[in-house]
Design a protein around this ligand. Structure first.
Ligand code: ZN
Length: 208
């Protein structure tokens, strides 16, 4: 079991058998991944997020395939492996608690898991932080980048049902960040429900 965690027998992206291989991506898929450079790990402020957001990979072909297979192919182990890779980036924030962005209830029923939860568990395996699912996301959540900050603040709480407040310095975790609207709305919803501000957010990949 522990060996399987350290040396997964299958590539996280293409699924090829990789016995004894020490990296989640096989050599072929590793060629198709781009780690964000140290200057890029912290995404530029133009992303609309009230917290500092860090991401590990560019959302390129190999990472996209790994995340898609994890989310839509019912293979959460892939997301956990990606989470393990994100641990060094998450460690920069020194979080006590990892708070995954909840999936919409309908997606949770269909998949049986929250993708961001799986990523967070992978990070927690390495860091020893706690993972807390604080609530649920409603259907039809908004992601319009065109909304003003004031509009987002007004609408954000309506798309998340927060039932538990995170304690301690907490770090938001998600799989992919594009506009930043989801992370932004989630962070705002938590604050409006009385949680202290997040110390940041970590995502596996950013479409840059
Ligand atoms: Zn592969």
């Amino acid at each position: 079991m522990a060996m399987e965690r350290l040396f997964p027998a299958h590539c996280v992206s293409c699924g090829a058998r990789t016995p004894g291989h020490s990296h989640p991506f096989c050599e072929q898929c590793l060629i198709g991944t781009s780690l964000l450079t140290p200057e890029m790990i912290f995404l530029p402020r133009r992303r609309m997020a009230p917290v500092r957001v860090a991401a590990l990979f560019e959302y390129g072909a190999s990472v996209r395939r790994a995340i898609t297979a994890g989310k839509y192919g019912g293979e959460p182990w892939r997301l956990r492996q990606l989470g393990r890779l994100c641990a060094p980036v998450a460690r920069i924030f020194e979080p006590k608690v990892l708070v995954p962005v909840p999936s919409a209830a309908s997606s949770l029923v269909r998949r049986g898991f929250h993708p961001a939860w799986e990523v967070a568990v992978g990070i927690a395996d390495e860091l020893g932080a706690d993972v807390v699912m604080v609530g649920m996301r409603k259907r039809g959540y908004l992601t319009q980048a065109s909304l003003s900050a004031a509009q987002r603040r007004q609408l954000a709480p309506s798309q998340f049902v927060i039932s538990r407040l995170p304690r301690g310095p907490y770090l938001i975790v998600d799989d992919v960040i594009t506009t930043g609207a989801t992370v932004s709305a989630f962070a705002t919803a938590l604050e409006l429900h009385g949680a202290k501000a997040a110390i940041g957010a970590v995502c596996v990949a950013a479409s840059v």
